[in-house]
Design a protein around this ligand. Sequence first.
Ligand SMILES: Nc1ncnc2c1ncn2[C@@H]1O[C@H](COP(=O)(O)OP(=O)(O)O)[C@@H](O)[C@H]1O
Ligand SMILES: [Mg+2]
Length: 447
Amino acid sequence: MRMNYLEKKIFDALYDGVLIADQDTIVRYINPAYTRITKVEVDDIVGKPLLEVRPGAQLPSVIKSGKKLLRIPRKVGEVEYIVNMAPIIEQGEIIGGISILNEINDIYKLTEALNQSNMMIKKLEKYMKTMGKAKYTFENIISIDKNSLETKNLAKRIAKKDSNVLITGESGTGKELYANAIHNASDRQNGPFIAVNCATFDSNLLESELFGYEEGAFTGAKKGGKIGLFEVANGGTLFLDEISEMNYGLQAKLLRTLQENTIRRIGGLKEIPIDIRVIAATNKSLEKMIEENRFRKDLYYRIAVFPINIYPLRDRREDIKYLIENFLDEMGRKINRQVNVCEDVMKLLYSYGWPGNIRELKNTIEFAINMTDEDIIRQEHLPKIIQSEGVKKNLVKLKNLDEIIKETEIAEIKKVILIYGDTVEGKKKAAEALGISLATLYNKLKQ
Ligand SMILES: Nc1ncnc2c1ncn2[C@@H]1O[C@H](COP(=O)(O)OP(=O)(O)O)[C@@H](O)[C@H]1O
Ligand SMILES: [Mg+2]
């Protein structure tokens, strides 16, 4: 059995390990891959009986029987591989056999990597589902006051149109909530809802978040490039929160996108068509920023087709009571405890200025629920700044002089004990320093 030059070249080049033995099971050839996989060198094996060098080898039985043996797993030391063995037959006669070795590690590693990618894809899909969804609808927006009812009705009407929307209002008035609700009431409700806060990115980063980039667009660009949020939001709504924080240059790029309905990734040449509705929000006056040349007038007209202004909470006080009740229910359900506010507190919360609007109200209720162990919220459970509003408005129940004296006494005694130490000896000294007897000191502490 002789191999010609070309055959040898081909076998030498194979990635799989190859061993050829003659009909007497003497090894005639191994290729470099065989050495790579098994660490057996040519000189150790060629010209020798196979079983002598590789005890347990099955090729001899294949040569004897003339039957193939396929996919036989083998493990030598750390290396695992799969062997396919076949007889070599010439003119009906078995003249030898061939073993072909596939390293299992390669297959194994690939499978492992594939499994991991699959898991990652599943995670991402799950994440994308929540990320691309708007949580709230108009039903979640509490509005009883005639001012807020007006806003809600306007927003409902606008939701059905497919134009861009600009929502203005102080921080915490519900701009993001409205953006959610508008998307969910629109024809795009089944498309994605993607929220971006323009204030959380510096301008270069914001540009690449929105437009994406091609591989190699700039140093630090990820391999394979990156898809931008315009593309992610395709077919749905893009909520641009705090749009006033977008820099002037990027504003021009956004305007162009809204006019042409296409985007180009950074470093890319292709125009990608996109179909999105933009809902922008701001708590700053864009009109004023236009005067100061900090916001583009042309962009303003593009996004402010339908402006919605949300009143600050102090201008729709009738909502306060209902919001409080709603938050009490919501949070009470979580802790399995129905908590209410006493009348004094309701009055105070009604008249308070709420500079942080509904967000502040919500946080206040959460704070108070955590401060009370009962099922009623009293003034002392409120955050300090709201309590002091109450003092100003004379809403706090005053303590009588006796109570004040007692409290002050005890506080002073405790201070002195802290100095001398909380032992009998320390207390003796404290009493002495305060000019009272030890018995009186104990008495006062007991109260
Ligand atoms: N009318 C409302 N009814 C119920 N909850 C509201 C209402 N308006 C705002 N909220 C709640 O107040 C918080 C602040 O609202 P958000 O939309 O984030 O305000 P903004 O975006 O204007 O700062 C959120 O928890 C939101 O769910
Ligand atoms: Mg917000």
